[in-house]
Ligand binder design. Structure first.
Ligand code: SF4
Length: 261
C-alpha cells in the first residue's frame, strides 16, 4: 500500500471507511512496527487522538481492566467504553463496573445487552451455555458488540500477551473487518500491571481475591490454580478458549486468535 500522507492513522481511517481489510492489514503492520516500544499511554493517546469520536474502548470490567480504564480516563474521560452485559455476569462484576466508572470519571460507558428476540427464540431459559457455548457467546457477546461497533472505525482492547498461549503473539495493532484494533497493553506483564494499579490505588475486581485471575460469565468461569494459564478457568473442561468477539472479527493480519476482552 502506498501511503499518501505522513499519518498512517489517517490512511487507516480512509481504508476503514472503504472497508478494505487487505489495505488495513498493511496499515496495522506498519503501525505495530512504529509503535513497538512505545508506552501503553502513548499507544492509547495515538489511537484516541487520531480516531477521536470514532474509536471505542471495549472493556469487560474484569480482573485486569482497571489499568487501561484509568489510562483512558486520564487522556479523555469521554471516550466511549463498551461493556458487554451478557445477562450472565457475576453480580460482583456489575457492581465493580458501576463503582469503577464513577471513581475514574468515565462519562460514556455503554452497557451492551443481547437482543431480546435472540434471547426469546434461542435461549429462553437462559441455559444455552449448558449445551451450546458458541451460540450462547454469539447472541450474548458477538452480536451486540458487532452492532455497537458499527459507528466506530477503530477499537481498543485490554488483551496482553502473557495472559495465555493463544495471545503470546498479539500485535500492538491489528486489522479486522474494516477496523483497526489497538492493544496498548500487549507487551505489559503482571509486574507492570500490578505496579501501575498500586501507584494509582486502583481497586481490584472483588473476585480476584477468590482465585479468579480472569472473570467472565458466571457459568463459564472457574478459579485457577497456581501455575495455570490465567485464562484456564474460562470454559474450563472444554476446548473453547475464547468467546469469539475477536475471532469473528479477525482479518488476515491478525496474529492473535484470542478473544475475551
Ligand atoms: S461465556 Fe458462557 S454464559 Fe457467557 S455468553 Fe459465552 S457461553 Fe454464554
Amino acid at each position: 500500500m502506498a501511503f499518501e500522507s505522513d499519518s498512517l492513522v489517517d490512511d487507516a481511517r480512509i481504508e476503514a471507511a472503504r472497508g478494505e481489510d487487505a489495505s488495513l492489514d498493511d496499515v496495522a503492520r506498519t503501525l505495530s512496527a512504529r509503535l513497538r516500544g512505545a508506552s501503553p499511554q502513548a499507544i492509547l493517546a495515538e489511537a484516541l487522538t487520531a480516531f477521536g469520536g470514532r474509536v471505542a474502548l471495549v472493556s469487560s470490567f474484569g480482573a485486569e481492566s482497571a489499568v487501561l480504564l484509568h489510562m483512558t480516563a486520564q487522556i479523555d474521560p469521554a471516550t466511549p467504553v463498551l461493556f458487554l452485559d451478557t445477562g450472565q455476569l457475576f453480580g460482583q462484576t456489575l457492581d465493580y463496573r458501576k463503582a469503577l466508572a464513577k471513581r475514574l470519571g468515565l462519562r460514556d460507558v455503554r452497557d451492551l445487552r443481547p437482543a431480546y428476540a435472540d434471547l426469546a427464540t434461542r435461549d429462553p431459559k437462559a441455559d444455552l451455555w449448558r449445551s451450546d457455548t458458541e451460540t450462547c457467546c454469539q447472541i450474548r457477546k458477538v452480536a451486540p458488540l458487532n452492532l455497537a461497533l458499527g459507528e466506530f472505525d477503530a477499537w481498543i482492547t485490554g488483551r496482553k500477551r502473557f495472559q495465555s498461549q493463544t495471545r503470546a503473539h498479539l500485535p500492538i495493532v491489528e486489522a479486522a473487518q474494516g477496523k483497526l484494533k489497538f492493544n496498548p497493553l500487549a507487551a505489559w506483564g503482571r509486574e507492570a500491571l500490578d505496579a501501575y494499579a498500586a501507584a494509582h490505588d486502583l481497586p481490584a475486581h472483588p473476585l480476584t481475591a477468590f482465585g479468579y485471575p480472569s472473570v467472565g460469565c458466571w457459568p463459564c468461569t472457574k478459579p485457577v490454580e497456581n501455575g495455570e494459564d490465567l485464562r484456564s478457568g474460562r470454559w474450563a473442561g472444554s476446548e473453547k478458549t475464547e468467546c469469539g468477539i475477536h475471532t469473528s472479527q479477525s482479518g488476515g493480519a491478525a496474529q492473535d486468535v484470542g478473544g475475551g476482552i
